[in-house]
Design a protein around this ligand. Structure first.
Ligand code: PRX
Length: 665
């Protein structure tokens, strides 16, 4: 497996524990006996969790695993996911409860009650139906964090259409690849988005993406920036429709149809080890059961009392599972914030927490480290006493950041839950329970009740306490992915072939047990990087680089970064003439070429994939079979002593790279 970086080694020397207070433990949703209850009869346990939902037809079988790795949960059951997230709360007398406190970046706000949410989702569902969208169709959504994004997702769920949400920061090329892969019929976007105080165009990028896209019949455009945007919104007559013109006049009456528990709910693309992103498929009953259950037990959520805020973007799985589905199924009152954390000032999040009395806050380590950098005096200016649970997701959290989070944001008393999961798992899998677990900073600790995870060696044998290896999930779980869109082979190959004998799901993460048997996640063991909690494959960035005319060859590694977890470092060999002209032009020509390549990657994939650093080299270290030895490049990128070079075809290559970099060539 991948060698661990020094930062990860520090993780493993942390030994402090933080048990919950008696007061918190006493009122917690989940008590210690939940583990034993789940272990006694897993299927019975999950059947109990599914009772959180309202089913039109009850299932006849909890789990059908006969066609593994294709699972069926709550077989024969029928439900409507949107009804469960919206209507039933209105029917039970909570129509006036605020579902969403929406906060726009420029300072505009909107409070949406469950009754209003029901009307908006119903209108949007009627609108989609009026365009001929039917169950099984795919609707692509590229929207920033505006309420319409949530209305659109729930409207799709309501009529049985699949949504494929594409992160707003993805390039036209990335959007197009996703639209084509899923044959999306409709695209929903906005005219523009506010980002760091400025209005930036969105529709123009979508238009660029959709040139010649044959499957797309209509583009629905939410007006967000309007006249703030310079120039007119580009428009294709006959294809493009304003959201307000299409949706506002629709009826608020819409009867939700019950769909099979295994009816597809959405596709979400994520990076894998090859260049082409995978469309991860999730279905209805099991997904909603596990997102609702985990949201209840991990965050200790109390409907009608708590104010919850998950800072993720709906473009990622965290936004799907912990802004839209789990929380709304649990009748949450939540904050949804449109913008960046430092607009217009670095206390924006704390100001929002103070204003809405947020009690549960869920964010990513990269942001926590950024807050640390900005300084303790910023949160100190605000009243954060409403907070009672803090959560972390997306990458390993270093103990220092964990302690800072608890002390500075959580007044040295709130439980911190470090939640491990993936796009593929659909919901939280490994996490402390805030009223039960004596938390250890830096460790996600233990699989949740009903979930089973193991750390195994190369042969699939569980390692002893104190040992390290690969994280596997050894039993199926309700919110597990049901496949890779259109590619069953890739699904089997990526997740199920590594430990096929045992039938384990291979997560792609390295992990370790401590002496108590608690799990510590150690980062990816494949060629996937984790930059600010976003998954980006090395191959994806390499393909983007070699698509530039000056690049002959490229190798990309993720190097430890104090803020973003990992930073993208690229090594490129330039084509002969490009290399010559840089030599002739001196240092500034080299800098310009590197800058151009960084921008090229941002244009091809999106700004999140922009390499932190690009090093121009004459050779790349390869084995005799031609495989690039990234381990050695990572040593260079992290300024470490270069490791064992004996398997290189030409061991002098590393000297060449190191000396070239030192002399700035
Ligand atoms: O490497 C793990 C890391 O993020 C990967 C999943 O990324 P994605 O599908 O984008 O989902 C992110 C949000 C759920 C994992 O394979 N990861 C996620 N959470 C943690 C983590 N690594 C360590 N600790 C975590 N809490």
């Amino acid at each position: 497996m991948t060698e661990q970086s020094p930062a990860l080694d520090n993780l493993l020397t942390e030994s402090r524990t933080f048990p919950p207070s008696d007061e918190f433990a006493g009122q917690a949703n989940a008590k210690a006996d939940l583990y034993a209850t789940a272990d006694a009869d897993r299927e019975q346990f999950w059947a109990g969790q599914a009772e959180r939902l309202s089913w039109d037809t009850k299932w006849s079988q909890v789990l059908d695993w006969t066609n593994a790795p294709f699972a069926k949960w709550f077989v024969g059951g029928k439900l409507n996911v949107a009804y469960n997230c919206v209507d039933r709360h209105v029917e039970s007398g909570h129509g006036d409860q605020v579902a969403i406190h929406w906060v726009g970046e420029p300072g505009d706000t909107r409070d949406i009650t469950y009754a209003q949410l029901k009307d908006e989702v119903s209108k949007a569902a009627n609108a989609l139906s009026s365009l001929g969208v039917v169950a099984g169709d795919v609707v692509a959504i590229q929207l920033q964090m505006v309420p319409e994004a949530i209305f659109a997702m729930l409207a799709c769920a309501r009529i049985g259409a699949l949504h494929s949400v594409v992160f707003g920061g993805f390039s036209p090329t990335a959007l197009r690849a996703r639209v084509d892969d899923a044959s999306a019929k409709i695209v929903i976007t906005s005219d523009g988005q506010y980002r760091r105080g400025k209005a930036a165009p969105m529709k123009a990028n979508v238009d660029e993406a959709l040139q010649g896209a044959e499957t797309v019949q209509k583009v629905i455009v939410v007006r967000r920036t309007g006249s703030d945007l310079e120039g007119e919104t580009p428009w294709t007559e006959g294809r493009d429709l304003w959201w307000h013109e299409l949706v506002d006049g629709q009826s608020t009456e819409h009867k939700p149809e019950a769909f099979d528990s295994e009816h597809p709910l959405f596709i979400l693309y994520t990076s894998g080890t090859t260049g082409k992103p995978k469309g991860i498929l999730h279905t209805s009953g099991g997904y909603l059961t596990q997102t609702a259950y985990t949201h209840n037990v991990v965050f200790d959520h109390k409907p009608g009392e708590d104010v919850y805020w998950c800072t993720a973007d709906i473009g990622w799985i965290t936004g799907h599972s912990y802004i839209v589905y789990g929380p709304l199924a649990n009748r949450v009152t939540q904050v949804v914030y449109e913008g960046t954390p430092n607009t217009p000032h670095e206390g924006r999040h704390w100001e929002i927490i103070q204003k809405y009395k947020v009690s549960i806050y869920y964010t990513a380590p990269t942001l926590i480290r950024t807050f640390m950098k900005w300084g303790d005096d910023i949160p100190a200016k605000y009243d954060l006493s409403s907070l009672r649970v803090l959560g972390s997701v997306g990458e390993p959290i270093n103990p220092e950041a964990w302690i800072w989070y608890r002390d500075t944001i959580g007044a040295s008393k709130t439980p911190v839950v470090d939640t491990w999961w993936q796009t593929e798992t659909g919901a939280i899998m490994i996490s402390p329970l805030p009223g039960v677990t004596a938390a250890k900073p830096g460790s996600a600790q233990r699989a949740l009740p009903g979930i089973s995870a193991k750390v195994v060696d190369d042969t699939g044998t569980e390692v002893p306490h104190g040992g390290g290896g690969y994280l596997v999930l050894d039993k199926p779980w309700p919110s597990m992915l049901r496949g890779v869109w259109g590619d069953d082979e890739r699904f089997r190959e990526t997740y199920w072939s590594r430990f096929s004998e045992q039938g384990y799901y291979f997560a792609g993460d390295g992990a370790k047990y401590d002496e108590d048997g608690d799990i510590w996640l150690l980062g990816r063991v494949d060629d996937v990087m984790n930059v600010s909690g976003h998954r980006i494959s090395t191959t994806e960035v390499e393909s983007a680089l070699v698509s530039h005319p000056t690049v002959a060859e490229a190798a990309v590694v993720g190097a430890t970064d104090p803020t973003t977890g990992q930073g993208i470092v690229a090594f490129v060999i330039l084509r002969g003439n490009a290399a010559e002209s840089i030599k002739a032009g001196g240092g500034s020509a080299g800098e310009a070429a590197v800058q151009e390549l960084r921008n090229h990657v941002a244009k091809e994939i999106g700004p999140i994939a922009k390499p932190r650093q690009i090093m121009v080299v004459a050779e790349l270290p390869k084995t005799r079979s031609g495989k690039i030895m990234r381990r050695l490049l990572r040593d260079v990128a992290e300024n470490r002593q270069i490791g064992d070079v004996t398997t290189l075809a030409d061991s002098s290559v590393m000297d060449l790279i190191s000396s070239g970099l030192k002399s700035g060539k």
